[in-house]
Ligand binder design. Structure first.
Ligand SMILES: Cc1ncc(COP(=O)(O)O)c(C=O)c1O
Length: 392
């Protein structure tokens, strides 16, 4: 069966040019970059090139790039690397679990955490961050784009607040990379996380931007790799994949690839709103990354709809892949004011560079029937039109 894979915020397929760039690192250039012989020096040259490619995506210096095992490690390293017991951190209610659960750990070791809310569009209000500042605030960590709704956060304003207050600022840009331009200078952040597998690179590799002069305690103890900030022999093939994916992501912002994702997303949203009654786009009125759509299908179990679509060859999701299958409603959508039921009835469609108009049209033709069947099977569902008639 042909599959329309519309779950690219969970993970993306590795692009052929990325795989091609990685392949030599498994064979002729397999060396350890710390070795001083030719094999090692060749591997080091690959690493250097990848570091430059990532730096160019983020608009930073190559020495400010620390390679990690992905977004989760980058977020952990940023927060644990800067915070000490007694320090205060400000985060938002819609952060990824890599931030939320790291903050639970920070509380456990004696840090204080303030979680600011979001408005109905899913955006953090910068003033709420300013109001949350305390004397012992050490770090602000607010994501750049939300993984469930795609809503972009006002990181530049928050960066200014952090700088005026003289506190460190981290942003999780895992879902923003490759979809909108990123400049650590315009954002004014000291730390920024990306992950390769969200930008058509391999899984299990990422990078943390660490502004020169930011004190960061390594969370691992070992060798001198990554200037002591992240010891351990580097994952050279993965890092080369991240570098190549970063280059493709940067080019995609000017060669029309990001715009094309936006056109596909808009086509999907317009058709769903037209063809499926009682639907709404979550976060519609806020600026969003071009590839993500989070849609509320009133009176439909989200997990049941994901499975029904899967049978029809359409892969979507109810939210973050790491919380998929959990009965709990999405904390992101609840923070935006949706009820638990509405949150469980919302689906995320996320588009990647590989998607075509046919992928979108397959979803468009599958959805109306799938939703209608699930609603008809529900003992609680009364169509809005017949309810209105009943009142006449
Ligand atoms: C916003 C955000 N941060 C962090 C992560 C974790 O990244 P990784 O899967 O590379 O550990 C994800 C993954 O879904 C994410 O969406």
């Amino acid at each position: 069966m042909v599959i329309s894979y519309l779950d690219n915020n969970s993970t993306t397929p590795v692009l052929p040019e990325v795989l091609e760039a990685m392949l030599p690192c498994f064979s002729e250039s397999f060396g350890n970059p710390s070795s001083i012989h030719g094999c090692g020096r060749r591997a080091l040259a690959y690493l250097k090139h990848a570091r430059e490619q990532v730096a160019s995506l983020l608009d930073c210096l190559p020495t400010e790039v620390v390679f990690t095992s992905g977004g989760t490690e980058g977020d952990n390293l940023a927060l644990k690397g800067v915070m000490n017991p007694g320090d205060h951190i400000i985060i938002s209610a819609i952060e990824h679990s890599a931030i939320l659960n790291t903050c639970k750990w920070l509380e456990h070791i004696g840090c204080e955490v303030t979680k600011v809310g979001v408005n109905g569009n899913g955006q953090v209000e910068p003033e709420s961050v300013r109001r949350a500042l305390r004397k012992n605030t050490c770090l602000i960590s607010i994501m750049m784009a939300n993984n469930e709704t795609g809503v972009l956060q006002p990181v530049e304003e928050i960066g200014r607040i952090a700088s005026e207050a003289d506190v460190w600022f981290h942003t999780d840009a895992v879902q923003a990379a490759g979809k909108v331009p990123i400049s650590v200078h315009s954002i004014g952040c000291d730390l920024l996380t990306i992950s390769a597998h969200k930008i058509h690179g391999p899984q299990g590799v990422g990078a943390l931007f660490v502004r020169r002069g930011t004190p960061l305690h390594s969370q691992l103890h070992g060798g001198h790799q990554e200037r002591g900030r992240r010891p351990g022999t580097e994952n050279v093939p993965g890092i080369v994949g991240l570098g190549q994916a970063s280059e493709v992501a940067r080019e995609g912002l000017s060669d029309g690839a990001a715009e094309r994702m936006g056109m596909l997303r808009d086509r999907l949203e317009a058709a769903i709103l037209r063809l499926v009654p009682e639907t709404r786009i979550n976060g519609k009125d806020a600026p969003r990354v071009p590839n993500t759509s989070n849609i509320l299908f009133e009176h439909v179990g989200g997990d049941a709809l994901v499975l029904a679509l899967d049978e029809l060859g359409v892969a979507a999701s109810r939210g973050a892949a790491c919380t998929a299958g959990e009965a709990d409603p999405s904390s992101v959508l609840m923070a935006m004011g949706l009820t638990g039921e509405q949150s469980r009835s919302s689906l995320r469609f996320s588009i990647g560079k590989q998607n075509t108009v046919e992928d979108i049209d397959r979803a468009i033709s599958a959805l109306p029937d799938a939703v209608r069947r699930l609603r008809e099977a529900s003992p609680f569902y009364r169509p809005a039109a017949s309810m209105a008639k009943g009142r006449e």
